[in-house]
Design a protein around this ligand. Structure first.
Ligand code: FES
Length: 146
């Protein structure tokens, strides 16, 4: 099927004009359509009282320095010095829930944002930093709180 312009066939701009859109309202229609294409993930909520049993097989990664798990929107890691640390799964760059942990820093797999163990950004993508949480170890139970 091909389209040719004739009296019964108008383009989108002309159609919107006929509906009464003009100037700023026409711009809002175009920009509004663009903004709807935003693909940010849902921001993960801060933990209130998240617990991790370090003896559970699913948490074995936390027995090794540089290992990490993801639970309830939180990245829980064992740093290169053996400290337990935690941060949000949501990156401050474009809101993707793709934060991981690599050896001694948090890393977003979407575009490469890097954050140190305190959440401070280490490159331009990570310049806004990420939220880190308090960890408390009692026996084999690690508790994470905002
Ligand atoms: S969303 Fe994380 S680096 Fe872009």
């Amino acid at each position: 099927m091909s389209f040719t312009k004739n009296a019964n066939n108008i383009d989108r701009h002309q159609f919107l004009r006929k509906l009464g859109f003009g100037g700023a309202s026409l711009a809002a229609v175009y920009f509004g359509a663009h903004l709807q294409s935003c693909t940010n993930d849902r921001v993960t909520p801060a933990p209130t009282n998240l617990t991790v049993d370090l003896t559970a097989s699913g948490n074995a990664a936390l027995k090794t320095n540089g290992g990490y798990i993801i639970k309830d929107g939180v990245v829980i890691a064992r740093s290169n010095t053996g400290a337990y640390i935690a941060a949000t799964l949501t990156c401050s760059h474009e809101g993707k829930n793709q934060i991981t942990y690599q050896t001694d820093h948090f890393y977003c797999t979407a575009h490469g944002a890097k954050y140190d163990n305190t959440g401070k950004g280490l490159n331009s993508e990570g310049k806004n930093g990420i939220a880190v949480y308090t960890t408390t170890l009692t026996g084999n139970i690690l508790t994470i709180t905002a």
